[in-house]
Design a protein around this ligand. Structure first.
Ligand SMILES: NC(=O)c1ccc[n+]([C@@H]2O[C@H](COP(=O)([O-])OP(=O)(O)OC[C@H]3O[C@@H](n4cnc5c(N)ncnc54)[C@H](O)[C@@H]3O)[C@@H](O)[C@H]2O)c1
Length: 381
């Protein structure tokens, strides 16, 4: 019998609705220890709350987050602007709730440190949203990397690419303004996604350089007037990772202007004995490197394509041959979050931790320093 976990959502925008929908798909998971029930939703915009009326388990719809925190929910998911993270996260933790926080987990390093201090004080279970590694193909590359089959690593590439900012006529919004998104711009927006797996696999850089791109100067404001875009659009990290005696280049990219890339997360791990690579642009396939005997050609180096099917971290009723997508990755991330909270994740891949999110903030600050001073930054301490 699984335990009921009462969930509250703060921020009923893009991600708040996505999570509400994922919770409704919970019966797809097989033998999960928890059964989440969405009971409370908060948004300062009353119109945003209307959508949640169709979910009959919701008892509280409020514009006051403290009313939600005072209700008998067990876990809160908070998806709001980055400048609001610290205040809402710490209030939720102070009220005794467990938390699945949205990235970047505070607007900067200081905010992340203060939220972690409050979580430690409260003894709360806290994880940070980063769903892309829960694609089955991503899990396949992670498993391959962990197996050691690649041998001595030659290079690792990880990234998250968007393209809609190529359109300079796209109106300004909070994600393009430093006061709401954070000074490091795209690194706050997409950095957790691109760094989650390298950090989890122990590939924290020893030193790094970065190139940050300021590609769009202004965007139309509400009345069509030009409003300054004061956040970086693209960031390229070039890092040394791995042990000093067997180091390798780690290339991490987060880009809002990557022409043609709608929401592309990728991970490539290549070594002297093999390699594996996955991109959500081709979500059902993983490419593996091998040396093969090809009739008529002889012994050749090949990249071979495998179709991975639907299964990821937690088993589902979905047929093994079926395809997986973004909403499935969100469901798998929540399955991992609530299983770990229940002490039953085992050795399965878990959600990003607050410490990993803090490291992403430190990496962004190091990248900004590298760009500003034109130097390679020591990240070993
Ligand atoms: N994990 C992912 O793939 C992913 C994708 C997109 C966004 N995000 C993150 O999710 C968070 C929210 O992004 P979004 O795209 O859903 O934003 P959004 O703008 O679509 O929604 C934010 C909502 O928060 C509400 N809000 C603002 N202030 C509030 C307050 N004080 N109390 C309650 N509600 C408040 C707004 O009215 C809005 O409805 C950000 O941290 C963002 O980086 C994550």
């Amino acid at each position: 019998m699984s335990d009921v976990v009462k969930i509250g959502i703060v921020g009923g925008g893009l991600m708040g609705r996505e999570i509400a929908a994922a919770i409704r798909r919970w019966p797809a998971l097989i033998d999960h220890p928890s059964r989440p029930v969405l009971t409370a939703v908060c948004d300062i915009n009353p119109d945003a709350l209307e959508w949640f009326r169709q979910i009959e388990t919701v008892q509280t719809l409020t514009t006051d987050a403290d009313e939600l925190f005072a209700s008998d929910i067990d876990v809160v998911y908070i998806a709001v602007r980055h400048d609001l993270h610290e205040g809402l996260y710490t209030r939720a933790l102070h009220a005794g709730k467990d938390l699945l926080a949205e990235k970047p987990f505070g607007i900067d390093q200081g905010a992340a440190e203060r939220v972690i201090a409050e979580a430690d004080r409260a003894g709360a279970f806290v994880r940070v949203s980063s769903e892309m590694p829960f694609f089955p193909g991503a899990q396949a590359v992670i498993d391959y990397a962990r197996s050691g089959a690649a041998g001595r690593l030659i290079s690792v590439r990880s990234g998250f690419l968007h393209s809609s900012d190529l359109d300079a006529a796209k109106p300004i919004n909070w994600k393009r303004q430093a006061q709401y998104c954070g000074e490091v711009g795209v690194m706050n927006d997409l950095g957790m996604h691109a760094w989650h797996v390298p950090l989890r696999l122990g590939w924290t850089p020893r030193r790094l350089t970065a190139q940050l791109s300021d590609l769009v100067a202004t965007r139309p404001g509400p009345g069509g007037e030009p409003v300054r875009v004061d956040t970086w659009e693209n960031a390229a990290f070039h890092a040394d990772a791995g042990p000093a005696e067997a180091g390798f280049p780690l290339d991490v990219r987060v880009e809002r202007v990557a022409p043609g890339e709608k929401n592309t997360w990728y991970l490539d791990v290549v070594g002297m004995s093999g390699g594996a690579r996955f991109s959500t642009a081709l979500p059902k396939t993983v490419d593996y490197f091998a040396i093969a005997d090809v009739p008529g050609l002889g012994r050749e180096q090949t990249w071979q394509r495998v179709q991975v099917g639907s299964q990821s971290v937690w088993p589902t009723v979905t047929g093994g041959i079926f395809e997986s997508g973004f909403s499935d990755a969100i469901l798998q991330m929540w399955a991992a979050f609530l299983a770990e909270r229940a002490g039953q994740l085992g050795d399965r891949f878990g959600c990003a931790t607050p410490e990993e999110a803090l490291t992403v903030h430190r990496l962004a600050a190091a990248a900004a320093q590298s760009e500003r001073e034109g130097i390679r930054v020591d990240f070993s301490s």
